[in-house]
Write a protein that binds this ligand. Structure first.
Ligand SMILES: O=P(O)(O)OC[C@H]1O[C@](O)(CO)[C@@H](O)[C@@H]1O
Ligand SMILES: [Mn+2]
Length: 442
């Protein structure tokens, strides 16, 4: 294979990665410190003086981290004893070994942006791990919960829509089913606007009914492979009705709150319509990019839904809990998702995960960070085929469902990027455009 395009870095002043590292990340660390402060009394109640000391320690480690970032210090090895510590330290060493003499240090603004951004969240985790007994405190939990609470209206509208659609799903014809499937795909797509890492700590709730705005947003979908997804699942369903075969769909989750609800609504619809017989969710095992989903967020969401006054919400809560209990839905959180590797490295870094994904009939990758990792965060030409930019990562048919927030994109039609740029120069970072980009697999 020819040489791969270079990865993005935050080196160039004024570039998008530079501004993210300079302006977005320090306030995210500050918000994490604030969250620890806010929970001070809780730590004391739970653990006494030891809790207070741990809170102080975590805050001082986070302040130090913020300073290292702001002064572009070299990245340091990790000092905790988490399951992935050695892998991170080996990664750092490998980065050093790759440097040739002219290259600069491994630091926040010089090295691969994907690496340093992931490393930042891993260091935030380290600050907590080193601050026992409050190590499993999630500094981002409050903001994730707030996003859910502020999106309640939209969530209720969505749960109502799901239940109405499920009432008739068995009897309506294929075209109507397809129409509903495509609507829910678009809701999953625009739900990805709600990540909290872009506007630190500021929730972008979904306040109006998401269903009413879909038509108007269609022109903003730059790659729209919904038909391919529908055909694939429809074929699987036909075969499964003949030979009772399993249809497995995997969701590589992104953000908690409203976006997670859109994903679960789709997962429910797939089961109800027999387009899938089992769903596998993949979340993060540590707090990640502020709003990404952990198991605690899933459990909290289900508890909230079950306790809601609205029967549309409580019914969803009960059904979803039941799916998880019966393993119709399975939740996984492999540590690979919180390592800095591009996905083409998965077969040798996490062969168990790759082998598991190979069992899937369709893998849905939610969000911008997943897209960056799919493409190695590389500067592929906009018209390079998606399949090629995946650089050998083809465990099964897959689809990226993502609002475009960073300058990583492949698979556009000739001239399409230029045309969009004419009307919206910020199109790659605004989050206003989306893709539903399919690759048929090996
Ligand atoms: O939640 P998402 O869609 O992955 O978006 C998170 C994005 O936010 C950023 O942290 C900042 O733009 C990106 O690095 C990342 O791609
Ligand atoms: Mn995210």
């Amino acid at each position: 294979m020819d040489e791969l395009p270079p990865q993005l870095t935050a080196q160039e002043e004024g570039s998008h990665p530079y501004l993210v590292m300079k302006d977005q990340k320090p306030p995210i660390i500050t918000k994490a410190i604030d969250a620890l402060h806010r929970h001070k009394d809780e730590f004391f109640k739970k653990y006494g003086e030891e809790g207070t000391e741990a809170e102080k320690k975590a805050i001082s480690l986070l302040s130090k981290l913020r300073n290292e970032l702001q002064t572009d210090k070299p990245l340091l090895p990790l000092h905790d004893d988490w399951v992935d510590t050695d892998i991170w330290n080996q990664y750092l060493e490998d980065q050093h070994n790759l440097l040739n003499e002219n290259d600069k240090k491994i630091s926040w603004f010089q090295s691969s942006w994907l690496y340093v951004e992931c490393y930042l969240y891993r260091r935030i985790h380290e600050a907590l791990v080193l601050s026992s007994p409050i190590s499993d405190f999630d500094v981002f939990k409050d903001s994730k919960d707030q996003n859910f609470l502020e999106s309640r209206g939209a969530i209720e509208a969505l749960c109502f829509y799901l239940q109405e659609s499920k009432r008739t799903i068995e009897v309506v014809d294929e075209n109507i089913q397809k129409d509903e499937f495509c609507k829910l795909l678009q809701i999953m797509l625009w739900g990805n606007k709600c990540d909290l890492a872009v506007v630190p700590g500021q929730s972008i709730p979904q306040t109006s009914s998401p269903l009413t705005i879909l038509e108007g947003l269609k022109p903003f979908i730059l790659v729209n492979n919904m038909d391919a997804l529908w055909s694939l699942l429809l074929n699987k369903r036909k075969k499964s009705q003949e030979n009772f075969s399993v249809i497995r769909v995997d969701f590589i989750l992104d953000n908690a709150g409203f976006e997670l609800v859109t994903d679960l609504v789709m997962a429910d619809f797939l089961i109800a319509s027999n387009l899938a017989t089992e769903i596998h969710f993949h979340g993060k095992c540590i707090p990640w990019f502020v709003s990404d989903t952990n198991i605690k967020d899933v459990n909290w969401l289900i508890t909230q839904l079950k306790a809601a006054e609205s029967t549309y919400l409580s019914t969803c809560g009960l059904i979803w809990e039941d799916y998880l209990k019966k393993k119709t839905w399975v939740y996984h959180d492999h540590m690979f998702w919180t390592l800095p590797f591009e996905y083409c490295a998965m077969p040798h870094v996490a062969p168990d995960l790759y082998a598991d994904l190979q069992k899937s009939n369709l893998i849905l990758f939610k969000g911008d960070l997943n897209y960056r990792k799919l493409l190695g965060d590389r500067k592929w030409g906009l018209t390079i085929p998606f399949h090629e930019a995946l650089n050998g990562f083809h465990p099964a048919p897959l689809c990226s469902i993502r609002t475009v927030k960073t300058q990583v994109q492949a698979g556009l039609a000739p001239g399409q990027g230029e045309q969009v740029a004419d009307s919206n120069p910020e199109w790659m970072t605004s989050g206003n455009y989306g893709i539903l980009q399919f690759d048929g697999g090996p």
